[in-house]
Design a protein around this ligand. Sequence first.
Ligand SMILES: Cc1ncc(COP(=O)(O)O)c(C=O)c1O
Length: 389
Amino acid sequence: MISHVLPTYNRAPLAFDRGEGAWAIATDGTRYLDLGSGIAVNVLGHAHPDLVAALTEQAGRIWHVSNLYQIPQQERLADLLVEATFADTVFFTNSGTEAAELAIKMVRRYWHDRGEDRTEILTFEGAFHGRSTGAIAAAGSEKMVKGFGPLMPGFRQLPWDDIEALSAAMGPHTAAVMLEPVQGEGGIRPMADADLRQIRALCDRTGALLVLDEVQCGMGRTGRLFTHEYAGIEPDIMMVAKGIGGGFPLGAVLATEEAASGMVAGTHGSTYGGNPLACAVGARVMQIVADDAFLAEVNRKAALFRQKLEGLVAAHPTVFEGVRGQGLMLGLKCRAAPADLVAAGYAQHILTVPAADSTLRLLPPLNIGDDEIAEAVARLDRAAASLDA
Ligand SMILES: Cc1ncc(COP(=O)(O)O)c(C=O)c1O
């Protein structure tokens, strides 16, 4: 008989009752060191006192009003995002997938309003933009699209980080290029800064819009507020979610005034998007994360973690191949199956996340302590040793 919860996930037999910082405490009281952060969501760990205060303070006032009215909390968060980024304007969603949907609509509308027949959005193999019909068509992976056709037209996937192939594919029909600066689900695969600059230049030359998906790699995860800052470029449109709500469902599309010019009243909407609860929490997350001293600490911890992980890889050459990633978006390229390592981690009371390309993802809260980094590596060492054997 089918489970009452639609069985689209292979869930671990673990349930959590509460959390404290980098620790998730299971219903049986066991403390797990959480290096998954709910898949790169809990940027400030569990039950951060400032976020609890922001949420409960707002919960005692008003939860939801709809976008038929002004929402001061939403305007405040939009102000913070615009001040901190390339963007002139922001639309709030409840998830990364919804951000992808709007990004695609924004691109299409932009070219429609210019009377140009540009309908092709170029994406990359290994991409992940969500699970809606539009987002699976954009990423185009066999695993996600099988059985869900006919797919939404207008996307073409190109080899990852192959600038020549991209250059050859771009032309007067190209509406946009859409990519994650660091592929997350695809296996923690960063696009080189020089290649991001080339992509920006190709977009400038052909007029195509550049859409960056920073749903997983954004919000301080890689040590800058947004990863594209490392390359010194700016997108036209950017998708954000996960970390921006610190665990409360929230996403956003950031855009320049020019790229957003087609999105006039009536062209898009969301009942919940940008509600007072989500935006009260999001504003607090932004105040903490979009801070040079906080991001400097992320980078210091990332260097420490990476150095220890290099030692772990060297100690277990039959289990691991190498370390990849940027900041605290780290991946261990595995010789063993990542799912086996995740399971071995459960036995050592550490939570990690598998990804494609034989990669184990380590996505700790950005405020993880040095002692917790050392503890995580000790637990990963024991998990790897159990597979060595
Ligand atoms: C890069 C990227 N884009 C989009 C999404 C979809 O976000 P959500 O699951 O919030 O819809 C994800 C989720 O993993 C992601 O990693």
